[in-house]
Design a protein around this ligand. Structure first.
Ligand code: ADP
Length: 383
């Protein structure tokens, strides 16, 4: 029997790490990438260079694939419907994926299934924003373009009606949300397969700096068992109700109710491996990448439980030094347990070019080791 071919659309680091996870299983991996220099295109065996927005490119790519999956959410759903009509398995399918593409559709659906979100409304102009702000307790409010945002691009904190003009300029529908006074950001990651098996990873804390994920702590420190179970249950419910197959990341805000009890609100969804799950490579029995592959192939899912008391992931952002390899000597010598994952991307200031994982029993120490390595590789510290 031949091993299956997984076709992944998008050549970023998520594809690179998914490919890596398939190697020990003998899974064949085919990639559709924008350029030969994309992170995964540099390492995958079978690479097609082409535009994922072009239907004929997608159809030619899908030929010979047992399943199509994604490193990003941007493939037009109408094209995916054509692939499905051609008899290709697309996971997650277009009916699920649209909720990760369009924040307006996502909010409407979460309302329908009773999942708590920040108060929100689609707005058409700055006067609408003012009316919305008055209903939710005044400015500031958050405006988001419903499509095309990432890493905080496409998100504005708006303090007055005059401030509200910018988001409308792109000509894309705009979603207004109350500005949540959250205690911290969490992520509940689950994986679901087509026949309905699902697993939930421990809920993690994700620390954002300037709209970009900086550090992830697994499990989220001091998170009550009840809130944690509620967050996992919400993510499993969303995966089931939206028909998600593969990895689903549910980004959450932890809030404090007036009576001091914690609450959770859903911020957004990602239907692919996610930055908040990178810790699983070294900190869980089965990584998010391995489980994403198992799920899209409808294989039994792997154990999501942690392998250490604490695991910390810190993103390595590009700094002023283009040569990060120089930092390996010091980082590896200082911490033999350090796990480094580089994406092979050109170093540009602020760009995610890799991450490190550390694990152990003492959270302060585990966090310090991850922070040190990420900062040292970036060049912001020198010892
Ligand atoms: P992106 O698609 O760019 O990741 P998000 O919707 O996740 O956009 O928003 C990016 C960041 O902006 C969030 O991680 C959070 O810190 C902040 N943010 C987003 N929505 C709200 C909100 N309603 N209230 C407060 N902060 C928010």
């Amino acid at each position: 029997m031949t091993f299956p071919v997984v076709g992944m659309i998008g050549g970023g680091q998520l594809a690179r790490m998914t490919h890596e996870a398939g190697i020990p299983l003998g899974i064949r991996f085919k990639l559709l990438s924008d350029t030969p220099l994309d992170s995964a295109a540099m390492v995958a065996g079978e690479v097609v260079i082409g535009d994922y927005r072009d239907l004929e490119t997608l159809r030619a790519f899908a030929e010979g694939c047992d399943v199509i999956t994604f490193d990003h959410e941007h493939v037009p759903t109408e094209h995916l419907r054509v692939l499905e009509a051609d008899g290709i398995a697309v996971r997650p399918g277009p009916d699920a994926l649209v909720h990760a593409q369009d924040k307006g559709v996502m909010r409407a659906r979460l309302d329908e299934i009773g999942v708590p979100s920040p108060r929100h409304r689609i707005v058409d102009n700055p006067a609408d924003v003012t009316a919305f702000a008055e209903e939710v307790g005044g400015f500031p409010v958050i405006l988001k373009t419903v499509r095309g945002g990432y890493d905080g691009k496409g998100v504005w904190v708006v303090r007055s009606e005059a401030d509200a003009a910018q988001p409308f300029r792109a000509g894309v529908p705009v979603l207004a949300e109350e500005k949540v006074d959250f205690v911290r950001e969490l992520a509940a990651n689950v994986v679901r397969s087509p026949h309905g098996q699902a697993v939930a990873y421990p809920v993690v804390e994700s620390v954002q700096v300037d709209g970009v994920c900086d550090t992830v702590i697994a499990p989220a420190p001091d998170l009550g068992a009840d809130v944690s179970a509620r967050a996992q249950q919400l993510a499993l419910t969303i995966a089931k109700e939206l028909g998600v197959t593969g990895h689903l990341a549910v980004e959450l805000f932890e809030t404090r109710n007036d009576d001091g009890t914690p609450g959770i609100l859903v911020n957004e969804l990602a239907m692919r491996p996610h930055n908040s799950g990178h810790w699983t490579q070294d900190g869980a029995v089965t990584s998010q990448f391995a489980n994403h592959l198992r799920a899209v192939l409808d294989l039994p899912l792997g154990d999501p439980r942690p392998r250490a008391r604490w695991t910390v992931m810190a993103n390595v952002l590009g700094g002023d030094y283009p040569d990060m390899y120089q930092g390996f000597l010091h980082c590896m010598a200082r911490d033999p347990q350090l796990k480094i994952h580089m994406y092979g991307k050109d170093v540009k200031p602020g760009r995610k070019v890799g991450h490190v994982n550390t694990y152990g029993d003492d959270l302060d120490e585990v966090r310090e080791r991850a922070r040190h390595a990420a900062d040292y590789l970036r060049g912001t510290i020198t010892e």
